[in-house]
Design a binder for this molecule. Structure first.
Ligand code: ADP
Ligand code: MG
Length: 306
């Protein structure tokens, strides 16, 4: 029997809505969330279209987790504390197996980021997932792109280039050993938003961005917004064991410099500030403009839709 819209919402999406800041969740015309005194609202929205942002055939559980991570990554990049999210879901059909697995992925992300699902919209059409995230920031602080100054050190979290390498593996362009394949697929399908890192950097880092379009492209946004030059040393880029196993070190480095979808944080630290664990210094901020990595690489290597 086909599921009606309200049963579908009730069955799969209404149990994920409890949270500290949630006064009213799924079920009414709006959700109601609370900000503490001295806080303001940070919000961002991201859409994922099947065949554009993830390959057709991706496990629904991964689609659910990844959609939330991609959106939550913007909260991390601002140093915001997650308080809730909404989900606009366009589905070709009300497939219960698919919905069950998808909601499992959502539930994993809700728990991981403490980001309750407080509302949304459900429609029929080509598979498209839109997640809007809501976060809290102190009234007097935020991690912006525009605060980098000459003399700051440039850092990145985690490893770079894994998601781009995963896409090459999916395309059949590279066959690493099975353990590396598993690691790379996981990095593409289950990226982790660096929420705790963002919170730790608030009031410490002079500028920050999450790497969604590729290191060079996203570094360019900090450089533009701050009116500085970011000098990146390609020899310092943190590469995973999987990328280090690639026979061509130049290819691995290209993925790290231009590959998108890693959702690590790129940030600048003023002299004297210490980087949290798990972060690597990859360069420095200088007077000037743009990004210089000493190599002739197209800075717009990241994905562009238009
Ligand atoms: P309305 O017509 O008032 O916009 P809807 O019928 O679209 O209400 O949704 C009913 C309730 O279910 C609302 O609280 C809405 O936020 C919630 N909802 C709808 N779709 C989803 C979804 N995909 N995920 C979470 N909540 C949803
Ligand atoms: Mg609606």
């Amino acid at each position: 029997m086909p599921l009606d819209e309200f049963t579908l919402i009730y069955r799969y999406f209404s149990a994920l809505g409890r949270g500290e800041a949630v006064d009213l969740s799924v079920g009414d015309d709006c959700a109601i969330l609370r900000l503490a005194a001295g806080e303001r609202l940070a919000t961002s929205v991201d859409t994922m279209v099947e065949g554009v942002h993830f390959p057709a055939g991706t496990f629904p559980e991964d689609i659910g987790f990844r959609a939330v991570s991609v959106a939550a990554s913007d909260l991390a990049a601002m140093g915001a504390r997650p308080i809730g999210m909404t989900l606009a879901l366009t589905l070709p059909a009300a497939d219960e197996l698919w919905l069950h697995a998808f909601s499992q992925g959502l539930a994993a992300a809700v728990a991981r980021y403490r980001l309750p699902l407080v509302g949304g919209d459900t429609t029929r059409g080509p598979l498209t997932i839109t997640v809007q995230v809501l976060g809290a920031l102190p009234v007097d602080r935020a991690l912006l792109r525009g605060g980098a100054a000459p003399g700051d050190a440039l850092y990145v979290s985690g490893c770079l280039g894994d998601a781009a390498a995963a896409l090459a593996v999916l395309a059949g362009d590279w066959r690493p050993e099975p353990g590396h394949v598993e690691y790379l697929m996981d990095r593409f399908n289950r990226p982790v938003a660096r929420i705790e890192l963002g919170l730790a950097l608030l009031g410490v880092a002079s500028a920050a961005i999450d790497i969604s379009d590729g290191l060079l492209a996203d570094a360019g946004h900090i450089a533009d917004a701050s009116g500085v030059l970011l000098r990146v040393d390609p020899g310092l880029l943190p590469l995973s064991a999987a990328l280090l196993s690639h026979p061509d070190p130049d290819q691995a480095r290209r993925w790290a410099l231009t590959g998108g979808d890693d959702y690590e944080l790129l940030f600048c630290l003023p002299a004297g500030a210490t980087a949290p664990p798990g972060c690597t210094r990859i360069g420095r901020v200088e007077p000037g403009s743009g990004v210089d990595c000493g190599l002739d690489i197209d800075i717009a290597g990241g994905y562009r839709h238009f």
